[in-house]
Design a protein around this ligand. Structure first.
Ligand SMILES: Nc1ncnc2c1ncn2[C@@H]1O[C@H](COP(=O)(O)OP(=O)(O)OP(=O)(O)O)[C@@H](O)[C@H]1O
Ligand SMILES: [Mg+2]
Length: 866
């Protein structure tokens, strides 16, 4: 075996779990199994080297290949030559300089520009004392190596999936032991969120070590300064993240310079089902971004703005004044459209400062990155000046806080040549005039040829040999050549080096002393340029924190201007957001559907829940009448309002919502192997257990997944429970017309239906929500359209008529859900904290009362009602 292959095996032994990219000259080579995998995944031809299967890729094109490997779930260990092959004695020293995993890629060709790339660490509850417990606390931490974001939170088991869905991590770290013991569970979880799990040694998650590692990393005596003192297991997860990043990156992580504890009380919580079924970032059916709310709202110009917008969309705020602050900024950009246009034009020349900063800080930025940074920074003074003219609180603050980083920009403009190549070692990076020594060397190189010509002329004159000429060969460098005819004229200071057939070659001290400079100038230029570049990069790296702050402000300006742009183009209005329990919308529209309806006009609709007298709307109507669209649009309007955006409505007044719960179509859950009904019931249970009076509950066809009677009973009981015990604002779309009778027995429930017009035997959808219950489902009309024989249709009409009249009892109450009668499950009484007055009134027997008793009873009822 050759020494090189021995070296390869040595290194590969340390990186069995990764594909080893072994640098050989201008190629990364892969051998043995790695080569076979490469040929399969990249479609490369397999070659041989000393009997070993081999596949190679040119190093400068590595990122396209990397992308394929990472997408296929592989880890790559990059093994570089760490000494100059020219200076190496024996075999060139090689080391793994970086391990690239899905959660730690920083390469532009691999990353999605407009998405974060989160590395997550998840620590399940400790099993100490056999207390595995469903209620145990999990530790979660996440970081984006490309931006420096680093956050930790403790959370309950049932919140994990919601949170992981929001983060859409690229890779998830878990303790080795847990992964081994609960492999199936993690695999299933990994499939749900389509993310690979990576085992990390258990000790990396340990609290004590994590605390120490984090303090050392941040160079602080305690983590209290970050507000992390009350973190539970999440601290261990944060430690595991830093441990893993250090392990794989093998470089400074100075851009990860703070950790943020996540405060769930600041945000509107969206569970997994809401994130998906409201189609916030991708559609349910195709899974594409196109057609999602994000695709409508994202008109940002910079990638930083796009990433931040997505963050805001998935984490709307809960604090009315913070929401108002954002909305005021959007309003200013809406009203001042000239200002907005100018800001947006300037932003077009701003690159991804956030990611460039991370590269600089981890010493992986090249000349082009620094140039992009300089170009971006040069836009800032104008942006700052424009913000200086603003009146909204947020924009004014950004105007004050935005640092234009003049020092960095001028350094970069003086130092880095605008036509720099992408490589670091070929020179051409540093500007003329930045460094004296470099200028001297360059002049020397340029002068080299000219000097030789002058030298030749000078020597011809001195020796009177007209045919004397300067030449060069590899063996002894520059020489003077004299033909034999003039041999006798050669001066005594010429030293003979070589005799040819009809000429002799000489050198002189002068020629040699210049030679060494001329010859090595080029190499020295390249070396020096590299050194200067690194020096400049170091200076910029010292300003990492300032650059991050700047990037953060620019991202928000971009996104606020984008929200304004969308608001203007689509005719949105500014919602009123306060601490009431109102949900009052005039002429609300569905932000996505209104844009995609081609032939028809979207019909706007009102919503009127005051959260007190009316908190639940039951929406009935035939198939295709627009029920689902309507209730979704309400949820989307609330969400948009709370992220700070304008909304598609003529007017909207919204009391802040703490959580949005949805139970919408279950088709997408089928692949999970759970029955539709089970999924429905899980979600219903989640709502009943977690909703508060501030929540918004959107129910679509609850109970559809089972037999009519079961489904109806469950739907009824769920509504009843919500009304009696929680009273969240609720919109319930349903086919079960029987549910409209809830309004008869429960206070706070109101019926609405989707208007249709009958035209002969046909139905025309008006898509207009009107008050009141529908009495018809039009199922029979639809059946007729389908070609059911006339006789059957007629018979069905008769049966329907009977069913409709029989459905209520003599006092107008629904027969199938009698109030206060036998057969009512005892358990419900346990929950009945406040018996509704209605029930009490119904139990009064006026025939057996004296007028005085009646008056007293009335007083008592009145007091209860107040
Ligand atoms: N407000 C509206 N204006 C115009 N068209 C609408 C409106 N609402 C719904 N539509 C159209 O009607 C179609 C059906 O709407 P939707 O799915 O909301 O009906 P649905 O009542 O929930 O039906 P199903 O009972 O079958 O679930 C939509 O795809 C859209 O094309
Ligand atoms: Mg529907």
């Amino acid at each position: 075996m050759t020494p090189m292959m021995r070296q390869y095996r040595q290194i590969k032994k340390e990186h069995k779990d990764a594909i080893l990219f072994f640098r050989l000259g201008d190629f990364y080579e892969m051998f043995y199994e790695d080569a076979k995998v490469a040929s399969r995944i990249l479609g490369l031809a397999l070659t041989q080297r000393g009997g070993a299967p081999m596949a190679g890729i040119p190093y400068h094109a590595a990122s396209t290949y990397l992308r394929k490997f990472i997408k296929a779930g592989y880890r790559i260990a990059i093994c570089e030559q760490v000494e100059d092959p020219k200076l190496a004695q024996g075999i060139v020293k090689r080391e793994v300089t970086r391990i690239i995993t899905p959660g730690t890629v920083i390469d532009e060709g691999v990353l999605e520009e407009r998405e974060n790339n989160f590395l997550v660490a998840l620590l399940p509850p400790q099993k100490a004392g056999g207390e595995a417990g469903k209620d145990g606390v999990y530790g979660l931490a996440w970081a984006d190596l490309t931006t420096g974001d680093f956050v930790a939170r403790d959370l309950k088991g049932e919140e994990i999936l919601d949170e992981l869905t929001r983060l859409a991590p690229a890779e998830c770290l878990v303790p080795e032991k847990a992964l081994k013991e609960e492999r199936e569970r993690f695999l299933a979880l990994g499939r749900e969120i389509s993310c690979p799990f990576t085992a990390v040694p258990d000790w990396a998650f340990e609290r004590r070590g994590a605390d120490e590692l984090l303090r050392e990393h941040f160079q602080v005596a305690s983590l209290d300064g970050f507000g992390c003192s009350d973190l539970g297991p999440a601290l261990g997860s944060a430690g595991a993240i830093i441990h893993y990043l250090k392990e794989t990156q093998k470089t400074t992580l100075s851009h990860i310079n703070r950790i943020r504890p996540y405060r769930s009380t600041s945000y509107l919580v969206l569970d997994r089902s809401s994130q998906r079924s409201l189609e916030l970032c991708r559609t349910l059916h195709s899974g594409e971004r196109e057609g999602s709310l994000l695709s409508i709202l994202d008109r940002t110009i910079t990638p930083m703005g796009a990433r931040t917008l997505k963050g805001w969309l998935l984490l709307p705020l809960r604090d009315a004044s913070a929401i108002e602050e954002r909305a005021s900024a959007v309003e200013e950009f809406v009203k001042e459209s000239a200002l907005r246009k100018r800001v947006r034009t300037l932003l077009e020349r701003v690159y991804d400062i956030e990611r460039i900063t991370s590269r600089i800080s981890s010493r992986r930025a090249g000349p082009r990155h620094l140039l992009s940074l300089a170009g971006s920074l040069s836009q800032l003074p104008q942006i700052k000046a424009l913000l200086g003219e603003c009146n909204s609180k947020l924009l004014m603050r950004f105007g004050e806080e935005l640092e234009v980083m003049e020092d960095i920009r001028s350094l970069l403009e003086r130092a880095i040549h605008p036509a720099s190549p992408t490589t670091l070692t070929e020179g051409g990076i540093i500007c003329q005039g930045y460094n004296e020594e470099l200028d001297r060397l360059r002049a020397l190189k340029d002068e080299g040829q000219k000097w030789l010509a002058r030298f030749q002329a000078q020597e011809i004159k001195r020796t009177h040999i007209p045919s004397l000429k300067v030449g060069f060969n590899k063996v002894f460098g520059y020489y003077l050549e004299v033909t034999n005819a003039h041999k006798d004229k050669v001066p005594s200071d010429y030293v003979r080096k070589q005799t040819l057939k009809n000429a002799e070659r000489y050198i002189t001290a002068e020629l040699k002393s210049h030679e060494s400079e001329v010859l090595s100038a080029d190499d020295r230029i390249k070396e020096l340029e590299y050194e200067i570049f690194v020096e400049v990069r170091e200076i910029v790296a010292k300003s990492t924190r300032r650059l991050q702050e700047t990037a953060h402000i620019i991202a928000q300006i971009d996104l606020l201007a984008s929200l304004a742009q969308v608001a203007e183009e689509n005719g949105y209005t500014r919602p009123i957001v306060d601490d009431s329990l109102k949900l009052e919308i005039t002429d609300g529209r569905h932000p996505v559907l209104e844009k995609t309806l081609l032939d028809e006009r979207f019909v706007p609709n009102d919503t009127g829940l005051d959260g007190q007298a009316t908190h639940m709307a039951i929406v009935t109507g035939p198939n295709m009448a627009g029920k689902s669209t309507y209730i979704r649009q309400v949820a989307l309007i609330v969400l948009m309002a709370q992220m700070g955006s304008f909304v598609p409505a003529k007017r909207a007044e919204i009391g802040v919502v703490d959580r949005i719960f949805t139970r919408l179509g279950a088709a997408d859950e089928l692949y999970r192997g759970k029955s539709t009904f089970l999924v429905e019931m899980n979600e219903a249970a989640n709502i009943l257990n977690n909703a508060t009076s501030r929540s918004l509950v959107i129910l679509d066809e609850v109970g559809r997944g089972t037999s009519t009677f079961d489904g109806l009973s469950i739907a009824w009981a769920v509504s009843e429970y919500l009304t009696r015990h929680i009273r969240p604002r609720t919109l319930f779309a349903t086919h079960y017309h029987e549910l409209t009778e809830l309004a008869l027995v429960l206070s706070g429930v109101k019926n609405f239906n989707m208007a249709v017009r009958e035209w002969g035997d046909e139905v025309i959808f008006l898509y207009k929500v009107v008050e009141g219950a529908t009495d018809k489902s039009y199922g029979i009309q639809v059946a007729r359209l389908a070609g059911i024989p006339r006789e059957v249709i007629e018979r069905a009409k008769v049966i329907l008529n009977n069913l409709e009249t029989e459905a209520v009892n003599s006092s107008g109450l629904p027969k199938f859900a009698p109030e206060g009668e036998k057969g009512k499950p005892a358990q419900l009484d346990l929950f009945a904290r406040v018996p509704p007055l209605l029930e009490e009134m119904r139990s009064i027997d006026t025939d057996k009362m004296t007028p005085l008793e009646a008056l007293l009873k009335l007083k008592e009822l009145k007091e209860k009602a107040e």
